[in-house]
Design a binder for this molecule. Structure first.
Ligand code: G3P
Length: 226
């Protein structure tokens, strides 16, 4: 399973990359707004130079010609750029064209299995179901993911399932159990994956016992009463 970090914040991307388990980055207009500041294209180039993996950059146009034009510009920034296209009618047409041109696409804002099916038929490189936002409206994001996994497997589609809008570690383990190709998540969630209280308690005990062992050794005893 590939791990992408879902942020445009260069500091967070650097930190995630330094963990050595990062396979790519996803951005979107909201994340760009949050990161603030710099020229969009330069910002994407900076990310591509930091991370050895796919970097999703989203088009703003919502019409076919506009999306194609933006996609060509974005794809020219760096070979690792994946053009993010919204799951609307013109977006599907654009994905078909870009796919035939060999430009990688990430079909975003997917909320139904039929949307995922049509994105795969159009030749999307990635499909991004927003599972957290599905949960937000009292429906199961994981049920959606399971349906997409089944449909793609039934027909052997090559489109990779990139689970997006991940909010917590349980989303990650459930996605992994279903065999999703990629999980994109905030840095906070990547860090949460590491944490376990029994690890912390166990480590503290080991350290304390080691100190006691050393003290006993220095005192000429192994510290064990026999
Ligand atoms: O990857 C999509 C993601 O950025 C959306 O997340 O938490 O705004 O639903 P969220």
């Amino acid at each position: 399973m590939k791990f992408f970090v879902d942020t445009a914040d260069l500091g967070e991307i650097k930190e995630a990359n330094e963990m050595g388990v990062l396979d790519g980055v996803t951005t979107n207009p909201s994340l760009m707004r949050k990161a603030g500041g710099s020229d969009f294209h330069e910002h994407i180039l900076k990310i591509c130079r930091m991370v050895d993996g796919d970097v999703s950059a989203e088009v703003i146009a919502t019409d076919y010609d506009g999306m194609i034009s933006e996609a060509h510009t974005l794809a020219n920034i760096h070979e690792n750029v994946v053009v993010k296209i919204p799951l609307i009618l013109d977006g599907i047409k654009a994905i078909r064209t870009l796919s035939s041109e060999g430009i990688k696409t990430n079909c975003t804002l997917c909320f139904s299995p039929n949307q995922a099916l049509i994105a795969a038929k159009a030749g999307a490189t990635y499909i991004s179901p927003f599972i957290g936002r599905v949960d937000d409206i009292s429906t199961s994001g994981m049920d959606l993911l399971e349906q997409i996994v089944t449909i793609y497997s039934n027909y052997d589609f090559q489109t990779q399932i990139l689970v997006a809008s991940i909010r917590h570690p349980l989303h990650v383990v459930e996605s992994a159990l279903m065999g999703a190709d990629v999980a994109t998540m905030p840095l906070t969630v990547i860090k949460q994956l590491i944490k376990h209280p029994l690890t912390d308690i166990g480590l503290e005990r080991f350290i304390n016992d080691w100190k006691a062992y050393q003290a006993a050794t220095e005192a000429g005893s192994n510290g064990v009463d026999v």
